[in-house]
Design a protein around this ligand. Structure first.
Ligand code: T1G
Length: 712
């Protein structure tokens, strides 16, 4: 797990634990053993600590967190770091790849740090619900400014080699072979005294107004963390470095705070999210006997996107950003140019933000190929259709693509819920038809819900999953059903939120409860953002609108129905874009929601007109009513095999719908609440609201609940 070699008078201590050299117990003891050998070897004048393969250690071994015996086995990370720091021979950390968490702490235990210019350093622990508990919160504020230390530790965002140098975290940035550079640096400091290089002996950088800085940062962290506790505890731990008189006392405080976090449900949830995010790449479709291990993707060298609206422009931007020449197709010059302008706007914004250079921007323009002619698509490897949600139009497009594109081209649809098999049926290549559901804005949002149809081939599945990864997104492969995983579950959530309005809530009360739960915005804010016309058109297509404002308006096909969003949309209140929706935004395109007395009166009048006695509804009920039917639908989705595992559903919600990461996603949250409890509450609401069939608990949930009950 760690190996020591001698190059002249330099001992090279290389950590060897693929893939990321995580600091598991065997690695930790390996480092200490090698260090001891180096310290007693009279030839050795200095030591280089580095990582084999792709990176310097990327942190503690997260898979050990569930087995404290392994995680705490001596030497623990702090003991390793202190052993390095105590060495009388200078130790140089030679960093390449990503020195994260415990990896960076290890580097800060060394007497010097050099980094390859493409390397990164950071403390991502906060995103795992914990803090840098290997002395990171005490060491970083000793090498860098308090605001930098606070920002890095509370946000978890890594910094580049260049930034690390300017912040004083590393001593030198190098280009080329990191071990060679490490050796020559180690030789240059071989005879320097190590005492002054021991960071734990340094004073923290405390500016005069340090308390003010902490107060401001505390307010900002509370505002942005939306119920996650780790960011605030991270701040408290950094603060300890300024409050405690010695490094040792600060370290003690760090350990106490780490213990609080480590045993919290939030940490478990965030660590579940970490592994779930990686597990979705290991896709499998058991019913077809295919999976990531056997199916090979085909390379995508060129692409086309049909439709230059918001989604089409975003998808095109994502494709050209990874160097894929992409035709953007529209039916007329005006729409096409609008799409091109949107993409130019995205590129310009990135240039302005310094994320893209002028020459990169120019290259992006050459990769973008606007056209009105389908004939141009003859040679492309994939086409992604991104027109509005209308099956008739989509079928026409698929038939046309089938006749134009080369036989092995993949034909994908960016539908958010329509039947993939229906589209496949109009082509002679149903095996190459697949769904790729992007989320707006498509060049930014991480999730792609990839949907296989009945006849979709394993190659097509592997190819879109591979393409999602290349687009730096998280692809989740799911089966075909109305709304797929995300929007099918979402439908329950929206519907129940509307019934809460009828029964006594106002939009801001529901939204507040959802924000307090951790969503970035409530459901009514979110609907205003995406536009009320979208849902309206969908309901119109399903024949749900137009029964008139009568008592029967509250039922459709024997199910309870709330026509309030139809009324609101028919008033021209389409959300942010029209300046008014469930809230008032002052002007079209406004972004700050204000309560609107007109809407609130309309809701109250509606309840009165239909004889619904309005009552006070507390946040607990709002959360249960909005989220439990959604979770129940998740269990149905598992039962039907639409999703292969709970993690797939959790990632769809974490990465596509703003579900708060510190609760792990809807399925993990359900487990934390207790499946028995969810089951009982579903039964309770089913009795009360028998005209909404979705309260019927999923058979799968019932089975799991019974199994658990029998075990007890
Ligand atoms: N522990 C265990 N396994 C890890 C791991 C880790 N730290 N990091 C990655 N893996 C596994 C991962 O599950 C995957 O496995 C494989 O490695 C490749 O990862 C005391 C408390 C380093 C930027 O949070 O951010 O230090 O799926 O697919 O895209 O304060 O992995 O192949 O079976 O993500 O090239 C802090 C987490 C820990 C870093 C590489 N460190 N890792 O990304 O590959 S807490 C982190 C990453 C800590 C101290 C504490 C990324 C990466 P499999 P990958 P990648």
């Amino acid at each position: 797990m760690a190996e020591l070699t001698l190059v002249d008078d330099v001992a090279v201590l290389k950590v060897k634990y693929p893939p990321v050299n995580a600091l598991g117990s065997a690695v930790r003891s390996g480092i200490v053993e090698c260090l001891q050998k180096a310290s007693v070897n009279p030839t050795v004048k200095s030591v280089v600590l580095c990582g084999d393969g792709r990176t310097f250690p990327a942190g503690a071994d997260i898979s050990e967190f569930n087995s404290p015996a392994k995680a705490n086995k001596s030497p623990n990370i702090i003991e390793v770091i202190h052993a390095i720091e105590a060495s009388e021979k200078p130790v140089v950390a030679a960093i390449h790849g990503t020195a994260l968490g415990g990896g960076l702490e290890l580097a800060l235990g060394c007497h010097y740090r050099i980094i390859r210019k493409d390397g990164m350093v950071g403390f991502p622990e906060v995103s795992l619900g914990i803090l840098p508990g290997g002395s990171g919160t005490q060491r970083l504020p000793r090498v860098t400014e308090v605001t930098d230390a606070l920002t890095m530790i509370t946000s978890g965002r890594p910094v580049s080699a260049k930034q690390a140098l300017s912040k004083g975290i590393v001593d030198k940035v190098v280009d080329g072979d990191i071990v060679k550079h490490g050796i020559s640096f180690a030789k240059s400091v071989a005879n320097q005294p190590v005492g002054p290089r021991r960071i734990s002996d340094w004073k923290v950088n405390a500016p005069q107004d340090v308390h003010k800085i902490f107060d401001e940062m505390r307010r900002s962290v509370i505002r942005t963390s939306r119920g996650a506790i780790a960011p605030l505890v991270c701040l408290q731990s950094v603060e300890a470095a300024f409050i405690c008189p010695t490094y040792q006392e600060g370290l003690q405080r760090e350990a106490e705070l780490m213990m609080t976090l480590m045993t919290s449900g939030q940490a478990r949830a965030q660590q579940h999210a970490f592994f779930a995010e990686r597990s979705v790449a290991k896709w499998e479709v058991p019913s077809k006997g295919v999976g990531y291990k056997t199916a090979k993707p085909v390379p995508i060298r060129s692409a086309a996107v049909i439709g230059a609206g918001t989604m089409g422009a975003g998808i095109t931007m994502a494709l050209i950003s990874i160097g894929i020449p992409t035709y953007l197709v529209e039916q007329n010059e005006k729409f096409l140019m609008r799409g091109v302008e949107t993409i130019k706007g995205y590129v310009g914004y990135n240039v302005q933000k310094g994320r893209t250079t002028a020459s990169q921007a120019q290259r992006l323009q050459t990769l973008l190929k606007p056209t009105l002619d389908y004939e141009d698509l003859r040679g492309v490897d994939i086409v992604i259709e991104a027109v509005f949600e209308n099956m008739k139009v989509k079928k026409e497009i698929f038939a046309r693509l089938d006749s134009v594109c080369k036989p092995d081209a993949i034909l994908a649809s960016n539908t958010s819920g329509l039947n993939i098999d229906e589209m496949a049926a109009v082509t002679k290549r149903p095996e190459s038809v697949i769904g790729m559901h992007f989320f707006a804005p498509a060049h930014v949002m991480k999730l792609v819900e990839n949907i296989y149809g009945e006849k979709t081939s394993a190659v097509a599945m592997a190819t879109v999953m591979d393409l999602s990864k290349k687009l730096k997104k998280i692809g989740v492969l799911v089966g075909n059903c109305h709304g797929f995983v995300g929007n099918r579950m979402m439908a329950r959530y929206v519907t129940e939120a509307l019934f809460l309005l009828e029964e006594g809530c106002l939009p801001h009360e529901i939204d507040q409860a959802l924000r307090d739960f951790g969503f970035p915005m409530g459901i009514f804010q979110a609907t205003d953002l995406s536009g009320l016309d979208i849902g309206y058109k969908g309901r119109q297509e399903q024949g749900l609108i137009g029964t008139g404002n009568t008592a029967s308006a509250r039922y459709r096909n024997g199910q309870r129905y709330c026509p309030l969003p139809d009324t609101i949309a028919e008033m021209g209140r389409l959300g942010q874009k029209s300046g008014k929706g469930w809230y008032n935004y002052g002007k079209p395109g406004g972004r700050i929601p204000e309560r609107d007395p007109e809407v609130e009166q309309l809701i109250v009048d509606f309840s009165n007109k239909h004889g619904i006695k309005r009552r006070k509804i507390y946040p607990d009920e709002i959360i249960e009513r909005c989220l439990y039917p959604l979770i129940n639908e998740g269990f149905k989705i598992l039962q039907e095999g639409i999703a292969n595992k709970m993690e797939d559903i959790d990632i769809v919600w974490l990465c596509g719908y703003g579900w708060p990461r510190h609760t792990g996603g809807p399925m993990f949250y359900a487990k934390q609440v207790g499946l028995q409890r969810i089951y009982e509450r579903l039964l309770h609401y089913q009795k009360t609201f028998h005209q909404s069939s979705y309260w019927q608990p999923a058979g799968f949930l019932k089975k799991m609940t019974l199994q658990l009950a029998n075990k007890l």
